[in-house]
Design a protein around this ligand. Structure first.
Ligand code: ADP
Ligand code: MG
Length: 613
């Protein structure tokens, strides 16, 4: 409504001004009347601009409108009534155009919100009931038919379907879903129908979180943005002072008016927010959620990239390749014991062990208490024994010696595999070997990462050296740090930082949260990943596809490059414009055109960021 009032005032005042101008050219009105008319439009313009200047002064901002008010006042004093009106018309019209441009940047975000699921069909005693999606509760069963949007995160109970997850991952290839699979809110069932048990709804759901993060990103401001504001704060008094000096020397109020108009740092203050919103919106469409402008800015400086291994550079779907036994323990015994312990863990390795045990229809014991030890393994108290599974460090923690002989028996001939030792009551009874493949295209992706100016890549893992080196070699990662506990991972990152690197860490699991927080920028993989990791990360990738990492780096580079271009361009125009208007070459009218042109060029340049790939 306010906007409409502004536009109405501008249009009416503009029409009056054109009428007065026509009258002065054709002199069909008495000169005094024309003069009065021109004067009136100028005063309306002054009120118009002074109103918004007063508002920004109250908010302690020395913005464009303050300078513009002085410029309009100066024009009126110089009897340049038409110039005064046109300056305000240009500024007002330009503002409307700028709004339009920045709305285009925000649209990417609005589209996200519009696409969020609104209603859901729940099944209650076999009856279908329509409810609001944000009112779904955990455990309710929802039915999604072909063409329907999945209203909440959940697990498929019944049915099969191909689901298009592009709304959260940016990848349009549909994924097959069947009983037991995880599904995410905001994704689309293309073929087939699903009955889903709700695990997270509303703001807690995947899509809800995406929207929340993107909104937050829009609200928070990047440091570079604040810099522009600061600049405007010093700039305005400086220009006012310069205006006073020019007036002292030339006594020419028109020059001063032109100076004030051209010097308004509009373009300068607009460029950064527009660029950042455009980039965050663009990235969101690709399944890259950037928390705020500061992360985007920091990413540009990153020159060391650290990867967690399991679940990050590897598929996260490891598979059991072999079960080895010691003494006269049996294959089934070792696997069943391991699976009993892994039941309480969410680690990808645990999933592998469990899958294998279910495949073999083994009976699993039930455990009374469990203890997950990040980065080493897990131990549980079974009804009649104590079970510890994990790597060598896990065994050490339980004072179980892994002798050279046992190590050889358990690991021999299986390079690149993760060895999970299985111990019962302080005795190692065997091991489960698990292999995990690097994610697809990882070599090409690493090459692309390096082409964006990353100087060092490091694989950081709690796994053994053999497995780590195998993967790093395959992918082309420069360095490896293996057998790292969560706090050691943090130390590795700190070390890189003291060496002068700006570090980004890509990780997924709970044990990566401290490292993600320690890094200059934390990048969490996969929305299905751990909540803690997502909360601490500056960037979350909604997809497991590693190709988002070079994309993210490119978007960040492009953003900063365009912001710098814009700042340089805007400053140049300002400085040249100031010099010319002081010399009286540019009249106020032309000054306002140059000023607006400057702002628009800068905005349009920033909008290019919507298309960076
Ligand atoms: P990464 O750093 O590669 O992501 P983690 O830090 O999650 O790996 O785990 C490091 C190592 O700890 C694993 O390679 C494995 O040997 C052991 N480990 C961790 N959790 C488990 C578990 N639930 N079961 C068995 N071993 C585990
Ligand atoms: Mg991990």
């Amino acid at each position: 409504m306010k906007e409409k009032l502004k536009i109405a005032v501008l249009v009416i005042n503009g029409t009056l001004a054109v009428f007065a101008w026509a009258a002065s050219l054709t002199s069909f009105l008495p000169q005094a009347t024309t003069q009065t008319l021109e004067f009136t439009t100028a005063v309306i313009s002054l009120c118009f601009i002074a109103f918004s200047a007063a508002k920004s002064l109250l908010g302690r901002v020395f913005g464009i409108d303050v300078l513009a008010s002085v410029a309009v006042l100066a024009s009126i004093v110089a009897h340049e009534y038409l110039a005064a009106t046109v300056v305000v018309l240009m500024l007002g019209g330009g503002e409307i155009l700028e709004d339009y441009a920045s709305q285009r940047a925000t649209k990417a975000i609005e589209k996200l919100i519009e696409a969020s699921p609104q209603t859901a069909t729940i099944l209650e005693n076999g009856k279908e009931i329509e409810v609001r999606a944000d009112e779904l509760r955990t455990g309710e069963i929802v039915l999604v038919k072909p063409g329907g949007k999945i209203p909440a995160d959940g697990i498929v109970q019944k049915g099969q379907a191909s689901v298009n997850q592009s709304s959260i991952t940016g990848e349009s290839m549909p994924v097959g879903k069947a009983e037991g699979d995880d599904v995410f809110s905001g994704t689309l069932v293309e073929l087939g129908a699903l009955e889903i048990s709700v695990t997270r709804a509303g703001e807690q759901s995947t899509y809800g979180r995406i929207i929340k993060m993107v909104k937050e990103a829009e609200e928070r401001r990047a440091p570079i943005e604040r810099m522009a504001d600061k600049y405007a704060k010093y700039f305005t008094p400086l220009i006012l002072g310069l205006g006073a000096v020019v007036y002292l020397f030339t006594q020419d109020i028109i020059r001063v008016a032109a100076l004030f108009v051209i010097a308004c740092p509009c373009a300068l203050t607009l460029t950064t927010p527009t660029a950042i919103v455009a980039s965050i919106g663009n990235a969101a469409r690709k399944g890259i959620l950037i928390r705020n402008g500061a992360s985007l800015e920091k990413l540009n400086e990153v020159d060391a990239l650290v990867f967690d291994k399991t679940g990050t550079v590897t598929s996260g779907k490891p598979q059991v390749t072999e079960v080895r036994t010691l003494g006269n323990h049996t294959h089934a015994e070792v696997l069943a014991l391991a699976a009993t312990a892994e039941k309480c863990s969410e680690h990808p390795l645990a999933q592998a062990v469990l899958t294998k045990a279910y495949e073999e229809n083994l009976d699993l014991g039930c455990s009374d208490s469990f203890n997950i030890q990040p980065g080493v393994g897990v131990c549980v108290q079974d009804t009649d024994c104590h079970i510890a599974v994990g790597n060598e460090k896990m065994m050490e923690k339980h004072s179980i010696m892994v002798s050279d002989e046992v190590r050889a028996l358990m690991t021999e001939g299986s390079p690149g595999q993760t060895v999970i030792y299985v111990a019962r009551d302080d005795e190692i009874i065997g091991s489960v070997l698990v292999s995990d493949t690097p994610r697809k295209d990882s070599e090409t992706i690493m090459r692309r990462v390096k082409s964006t100016g990353i100087k060092k890549t490091l694989l950081l893992t709690g796994d053994n050296a053999q497995a780590a080196n195998h993967i790093a070699g395959h992918m082309g990662i420069d360095e490896v740090a293996s057998n790292q506990l969560p706090d050691e991972k943090v130390k590795q990152i700190r070390k890189l930082k003291t060496e002068g690197f700006t570090v980004a860490m890509v990780g997924d699991g709970i044990n990566d949260a401290p490292a993600l927080a320690e890094a200059d920028v934390g990048i969490a993989m996969g929305l299905a990943g751990t909540d803690v990791a997502i909360e601490t990360a500056g960037v979350t990738l909604a997809t497991d596809n590693l190709d988002r990492i070079p994309k993210l780096l490119r978007i960040s580079k492009a953003t900063i490059r365009i912001i710098k271009q814009n700042i340089a361009f805007a400053m140049l125009v300002n400085v040249v414009g100031i010099a010319l208007s002081i010399q009286g070459v540019i009249p106020p009218l032309l000054a306002s055109m140059i000023h607006e042109g400057n702002a628009l060029i800068v905005m349009i340049n920033a909008l290019r960021l919507l298309r960076v790939d």
